[in-house]
Design a protein around this ligand. Sequence first.
Ligand code: ZN
Ligand code: ZN
Ligand code: FE
Length: 741
Amino acid sequence: MNRLIVRLTGAVQGVGFRPFVYRIAMELGLNGYVLNDTHGVIVEVEGNDKSLESFVLKLNTEKPPLARIFSQDLSYRESAGYKSFEIKESKGDGSKDVLILPDISICDDCLNELFDISDRRYLYPFINCINCGPRFTIIENLPYDRDNTTMKDFVMCPDCLREYKDPLNRRFHAQPNACPVCGPSVSLYNNRGSLIADGEDALHILIDEIKKGSIAAIKGIGGFHLVCDAENEDAVTLLRKRKRRQEKPFAVMFHSIEGVKGYAFLSTIEEALLISPERPIVLVSRKNSKLAKSVAPELNKIGAFLPYAPLHHIILRKLNIPLVATSGNISDEPIVKDDKEALQRLSLFSDFILIHNRPIRRRCDDSVVKIIGGFPSLVRRARGYAPTHVRLPFNLKKRALAVGGFYKNTFAIGLNDKVIMSQHIGDLETVDAIEYFEEAVRDICSLYDFKPDVIVHDLHPGYETTKWALAQTGIEKIGVQHHFAHILSCMAENGIEGNVLGVAWDGTGYGNDGTLWGGEFLHCDYKDYKRISHFKQLRLIGGEKAIREPRRVAIAMLFEIFGEDSLSLDIPVVKSFGKKELHILFNAWRNGINSPYSSSAGRLFDGLASFLDIRHVNNYEGQAAMMIEDRYDFNIKDSYDFTIKDGVIDWTTIFLSVLNDKRKDRIPSMFINTLAEIILHIAKSAGLQRVCLSGGVFQNDPLTQRVIELLSPDFRVFAHKRIPPNDGCICIGQAVFAGNK
Ligand code: ZN
Ligand code: ZN
Ligand code: FE
């Protein structure tokens, strides 16, 4: 008789792990106990060696579907004489590094019950079980127990309690377990704050109103959505007008995967992503359909997703039409999550507001996935994925709090061999957004009981995150160059050790010489980088304004190529400015007035869009570049000539060809192919076998595809998959750098 002690870490809490252990212990006739603590799960079992061996085997081969074991520590002791097998109460002390699960969409079992008229949870919007439901957004503290969630105030009815206590039930220790008798419920309000109806009546009225063209705010898992009939042009236009969001595409929620297929072409992988338990928004190619034009003006792609909360399923099934479902927020501010805030703020945009009384502990936007270079790639990482971590090929020497960048902010905490990344926080452009960042940092640090040894930030002195980091006292602080952080995050995500050629192309980032970078080739290891090549700098006339107006980039390019002669050129970009304005711009350019230098690759896409008369002023970030991407033709393999001198890539050579190319249709493809050829050329001369791509420019699928095509098999190309290529990945690189010092 021997006693086996097993310590497991990983995603082992809130996934039905303890009942599973109970079941296999019963099967093998073993006594002992199983217990959750703040690191994971502890099991002690006693029996003969043969049955203990079978126990370990079953533990690994028969584990519940959502469980992930990252480490398993086995030790043997003398028998303690256990008389039975018990599931013990959780222990809540010590440091907290257990994995918190993300919010998981409703499972098939619950979905069947939801629409089964004989089930006691028929049409109950908060049905869940151990295999599905909210996690990250309802947890207040660890360990993950009902008392530590926003469900703590709901007292389970006898039926729910029986399920919760039965190790063989699917709802055993399903912390958000609830039913119509004891659980949360919905209420519908109008935009003047008056209660219209509760429960089922609320849903009936809401559904009728949406059919009639009303706009509604609906509370979901990580915040509110604003929704309306996606086929009703008037409703969508009204939503745009109210939200003051002119052209930025809206996501569309479809009632089923078959539903999506009527509106979009789906590859096998896209279909798999749409139905995955994470339920992200997937960017897919649209078909000609009844979808309102204003859902995604002038774009070939739409953001499609499927219902993930039972509440969505009930509404979508009844409606049987696709719904615009966009984040419930005021332009760039954080998504609204609280009922009171929704009734105040979202009543400006919506006719009706559907709330419910299960509080959302922390905001979490919908995640967005796009197929890039043949692989699913998260471009916004939030619900369904946060707070899962990135595992490193080494141990960090220091516990690092990495505050990330400014745009598409995320932050991270790094400890041991993992970096836990926050949910998408967003652009830190408003007071509310900055507050959200600060609140989220406090939240994640306290949730994991995390006390950093070092705070890591960007070099940009103007970033809110840098300012916040520098304001913290009594702790070491380290700054990491933006594009180096991009490449470090790509290396870490892909588990690379040794030297790489990093290609960091984005819109903007602060260089170590005080100019704006963004078209960089860096020779990197985990300790240091060397800038070996970059695009020739161009002036951003008007600074920030040039980032919003591609035509300002184009005109600066013309000034660079033709000097003052550009003023009399008879082309659309020149004509988009007034005579007087042109002279002011030229003077600003010549004298460098509010016209910082930038080597950004992203800006080259802007300039091109303006030359092609596709887009002169961006309505939202990245619009011009997306429109260029849409015009790529995979049959065109040609490219333009380019010149590189002393590591500086001269874009004037490329743009002279562009301006002289009579075959306008092929220009976007030729341009993108040229960028890929440049990467090949520099990879050859750098003599490094591994090439890491990072930065928002690599959200461009044809570019990434073409790079992989050209560089394989001589080089190994690594891109982002689980973390965004855009500035949403900066925090990972920062944490890795500081933890390696
Ligand atoms: Zn379920
Ligand atoms: Zn109940
Ligand atoms: Fe960047």
